[in-house]
Structures are given as C-alpha cells and as structure tokens.
Design a protein around this ligand. Structure first.
Ligand code: ARG
Length: 458
C-alpha cells in the first residue's frame, strides 16, 4: 500500500504509477534526503514532538540505511514513487511505528525543496573547484606566453597584435565571473525551507533554525508558500551553467580554428584528438567540437525549467518534479566538460612562430603608425588619412608597412623619420599598450598576479 493510501479504495493504475514515479532520477538525492531526515528527526526529539527514544532510533536506522545504499545493498522501488517515500518505506519496514513518526510536521513538498537545495549546494561547490583548477591552468599558460605575440581579431579579421597571455587572460576573466555567479547562486540556495509543510507551515512548534544549523544553512525561508514553490535557485544555477558552457564553447571554437592547417597556431595533442575512419591523414579536435555541441543541451535545460515554472500557481504542483532531470543533466554535462577542456588546453602545443607571422601580415600595426604621426604633432584624423593612403600604396605594391624604405615613408609624410621602424614593430605595438587591462607584458603580469590573489581567496 502507498504511504498516502488511506483515502483510496483502488490501486494506482500501473501505467500511471510509472508515469508518476521519479525514483529513477531522484534516487541520486538519497544522501541529502537522509541527512535532511536525520536533522528533522533530531529536532523532533529535541523539541519533544516525538519521543526521544524514537528520534534516536530513527537517526540510528537512517545512518544504517545510508550505509546500505552506499554499499549497493538496497534496491529502490518504482512503486514507492520517489526517493523520499522509498527511504521512509525502508525505515518503517525496519523499525515500524517509530519510523512512522518521522514525517510529523513535514510534507514531501518542503522535503523535496530541502533535498534539491542541499544537492545543488554540494554540486555548486564541486563545479567551483573545477573552475578554480581550470583558472590555475590558464594562469600557467599565460605566465609562459607573456611574449608570445599573436594577432588579435575583430570581425575575424586581423586587427592589432596582442599576446597569447593576454588572450588567455581574457578567458580567465570570464571564468572568474562564472565563479562569482555560482557563489551568488549558492548564497540564495543556502536558505532552509523545511517547516513550510505542504504550503501553510505546521502547527507543531518546530525549531527551524536548529535544523538549518544542523544542515549547514545560513538562514530559513520566511514564507511557507514561497518555501515550497520557489525554484529560482534551480533556474539561477542552470543560467550560470549556461553562461559557463557558452564561454567554453567560444574558447573551443577559437581552438578549433587555431588547430586548422590554415592557422596552425596550436596543435591539439594526440591524446585529446581522434582520427577518421576513412581519411588516414585526419586528426580531429573532437573534444572542442563536442563541448561546443553540448552547449545547446545545457541551454535547453535552462529553457525547459524556465518554461515549466512559468505557469505554475502557488504553491507546489507536480509540474515541479520536472526540474530535476534538467538540472541534473546540466550539472552532469558541465562536470564532464570542464575537466576534459582543461586537459585539452594543458596538452595542446603552441606554435609561437605561426602566431608571430600571423600577427605581422594584414597591417596590424597601422594604428600604431597613425599614433606615431600623432606623437609627432599631427591631429589623429589626419594621421588616420595619411596611413590609410600608405596602406593602399602598400597593397598595390605587395608590401608590409615595415618593408617601406625611408623614402617611401617620407613621400607619405615628411615628418616621418628613421625611428618609425622601431615604432611600428610588433613588439612595440604590444608593449606600448601598457595600461591597466592592456596586452603589454607588464600589464598582463599584473593581471596574472591579481588572478592568483583571486584564486587564493576563494
Ligand atoms: N517527487 C516529487 C517532486 O520531485 C516530490 C514532491 C511530491 N509532493 C507531492 N505532493 N506529490 O517534486
């Protein structure tokens, strides 16, 4: 018989039973469910709501059940619907009436809200740890490439020279914000909903603050309707995860491009590439492509939860059971992607010569040539015009600016002198950009130092 079977005269249709049952996916919250029940039972005993002896027996037995689950000794029953009722059923089968006292002053509605919050808190901490590890690898790559000059792009057209360190630190900043978003989401997940009951709290004098403290929550929810029907924290996490994978995907896209025969800026390691079943010469960047591909899936999870929640009247409705598969999938996907992405960038080989020669063509120093004229007293708009003409001449004659003779320079503007060559070298272009946030080695070094401070303070 169902735990709620009292008012029913018929058994649940077996198809409806399967349809309703969530055990196949919510079983992963068994730890959180048991820890939550242990805290609840302890509090019931402490507040004399149930006999102390029963509370002790419940706690002891729940610990045994936890061990049995972890040792693979327990098979959950589809019939018991979800993880909450599965565990309560097992408990009651072991200790009878004492077990039946556990659910005093509690509803599955506040119980599931508690479990999913606890589960998400644990997962956020793990994902932050993965991002921290990735950030350390990025700092390492940046440190080693402060002088690795490469082209920076706008519109995927060569724009100005930067360094690989500067480029790498751009992604460091993105993942830094991701960590901040996760910490932020954590703080709003860290509120304890038990005591909200089904929707209107309870008549028992529960000590909610005690339960919150036992379970490591910062505070308790302040409205019972909201306590059971809020899934903002699930959506916030799905949103933060979507942004993380968007960043991973952009990075992957760049690496796929850099790994092409046309670019050859990097070479993916054999250990992170795959071959073709027909073309013997192929070495494909599958890891990067798969991460880019999985982005759609995480966005889908976010859209799905948002859409599920949009029409739900207060308070709990069964629709909300649909939040779990989505958020579990988003979490699993991110936890697969971050470490493998890190492995891929740590093992890839950088080709500094190709990056350097790539930085040279395409007039990436044209802005600096204009700035040279400005420093000699010419207004910027006029300098822009002069250099524009110079570029047109260079294109006609198949030359780079650095290949001009001094006579050619002077025919464009007589204020140009021999120091022009130094002024428009790629090294000067990069290292003159020595302001906060700039690509000069000194400026990037400061960003790296700040990066280490950030990592150490998480
Ligand atoms: N399995 C349910 C869920 O995931 C638990 C809460 C069910 N409550 C209820 N009154 N049916 O949301």
């Amino acid at each position: 018989m169902k735990l709620w079977g009292g008012r029913f005269s018929k058994n649940t249709d077996s198809e409806v039973n399967d349809f309703n049952s969530s055990i196949r996916f919510d079983m992963r919250m068994y730890r959180q469910d048991i820890m939550g029940s242990i805290a609840h039972a302890t509090m019931l005993g402490k507040c004399n709501i149930i006999p102390k002896a029963d509370s002790d027996l419940i706690v002891k037995t729940l610990k045994e059940i936890l061990e049995d689950i972890e040792n693979g000794k327990i098979e959950f029953m589809v019939d018991a619907e979800d993880i909450h009722m599965n565990i309560e059923t097992i408990l009651t089968s072991r200790i009878g009436d004492a077990g039946k006292r556990l659910h005093t002053g509690r509803s599955r509605n506040d119980q599931v809200a508690l479990d999913i919050r606890m589960y998400i808190k644990d997962e956020i901490s793990e994902i932050i740890a993965m991002l921290v590890s990735l950030e350390k690898s990025l700092l390492n790559i940046a440190k080693q490439n402060l002088g690795t000059i490469m082209p920076g792009y706008t519109h995927l057209q060569k724009a100005q020279p930067i360094t690989l360190a500067h480029h790498t630190m751009a992604y460091f900043e993105m993942f830094k914000r991701d960590i901040g978003r996760l910490q932020d989401a954590y703080s709003r997940t860290n509120v304890m909903p038990l005591g909200s009951g089904a929707l209107a709290a309870t008549t028992y004098p529960l000590d909610r603050e005690f339960v919150a403290k036992e379970l490591g929550f910062d505070s308790v929810t302040l409205n019972s309707l909201d306590g059971v029907s809020d899934r903002d924290f699930v959506i916030e996490l799905a949103s933060a995860l979507s942004i993380i994978i968007m960043h991973l995907s952009r990075y992957s896209e760049e690496l796929i491009l850099w790994n092409t025969n046309e670019f050859q800026f990097i070479e993916m390691d054999d250990s992170c590439s795959t071959g073709s079943s027909i073309m013997p010469q192929k070495k494909n960047p599958d890891v990067a492509e798969l991460i880019r591909g999985k982005t759609g899936r995480v966005y889908g999870d976010l859209m799905s939860i948002l859409t599920t929640m949009k029409g739900i009247p207060l308070a709990y409705n069964k629709d909300m059971q649909e939040d779990k598969e989505c958020i579990f999938d988003a979490i699993d996907t991110i936890k697969l992607c971050i470490p493998v992405f890190e492995k891929m960038i740590v093992t890839m080989k950088v080709n500094p010569e190709r990056m350097y020669s790539g930085a040279g063509g395409g007039f990436t120093n044209a802005t600096d040539a204009a700035d040279y004229l400005v420093k000699k007293g010419m207004p910027f708009r006029q300098a822009h015009e002069v250099i524009g003409k110079m570029v047109a001449y260079a294109l006609d004659n198949g030359k780079a600016l650095s290949e001009f003779t001094i006579e050619e320079f002077k025919s464009c503007s007589d204020i140009i002198e021999d120091d022009i060559y130094e002024a428009i070298s790629l090294e000067t272009c990069v290292n003159e950009r020595n302001i906060i946030g700039g690509p000069a080695a000194q400026a990037v070094q400061k960003a790296i130092d700040a990066g280490y401070v950030f990592i150490e303070n998480i």
